[in-house]
Design a protein around this ligand. Sequence first.
Ligand code: GTR
Length: 324
Amino acid sequence: MDFKRKLLIAALPLAFCLSTTAYAEMTLKIAEIHPAGYPTVVAQENMGKKIEEATDGELKFRMFSGGVLGSEKEVVEQVQLGAVQMTRVSLGTLGPVVPDVNAFNMPFVFRDHEHMRKVIDGEIGQEILDKITNSDFNMVGLAWMDGGVRNLYTKEPVRNLEDLKGMKIRVMGNPLFIDTLNAMGAQGVAMNTGEIFSALQTGVVDGAENNPPTMLEHNHFRAAKNYSLTGHLILPEPIVISKTTWNKLSPEQQEIVKKYAKEAQMEERKLWDEKTASSEAKLKEEGVTFIEVDKKPFYDATAPVREKYGAPYAELIKRIEAVQ
Ligand code: GTR
């Protein structure tokens, strides 16, 4: 046997050993419908940088913000296929895919913003992430982003249920939200985030509902100048990774991803509070009228929705209510 051949045979076990212990090296695409600079985008970008550093560049991230990879619904499908590796998505969008998460999507299920934060930070928050992971939908739930409190914005002012009667209000594509708006006397109309602005402008809808940063950054305030503080939905937003991608990561890499996703949860919260305050100020400057409403009639009107959708989660809802 010549020398070269001997060397090759000697090196084989080493090569085999290297190839089995070597970490997966890949670039992960993160999809976001929000624009650059938005709290969720910034927090995930920072998360990506930290993970890249902690894995010595084995895991790299590329942020696709501004909805360039499609609507949230399309992106969720892409994540399930592994074509997009990661995204932050409203739990509202995920509800029709993984119905087990709908307990958080019910109107007025959280007492207030703080209550929602305590729930997602605790064991119930982890349980809902696990429900995503353990579903058949090929995603792993990693952490939560804060999506604030959703209020109604309309062309004509809404001060009470009577004012809202018959108005067409855009909601996310989840039957629970259509039922919620219908229960309030409006007519819920489902469409993607990217369609809202022109629907408002052309009068296809009379209003929509969202938090101040989205109302501002997606330009909805240009076509709806009344913001009624109903606080009917407080929807947290999971960061999910495709299970196809997850299964390619080494256990160490998985731990690193989990760790920094959780860190992003806390980082985004700070950014969120700052962004909400500055968005409210900007919206007021732009001539949006903030309307205080009595929430009780809105709460009462939506009781049948909580009964209908909450029935399978009665125990869970009791536990949510018990979180102080
Ligand atoms: C935003 C949320 C998005 C999207 C949007 C919508 O508040 O962050 O994920 O769900 O609302 O209503 O379409």
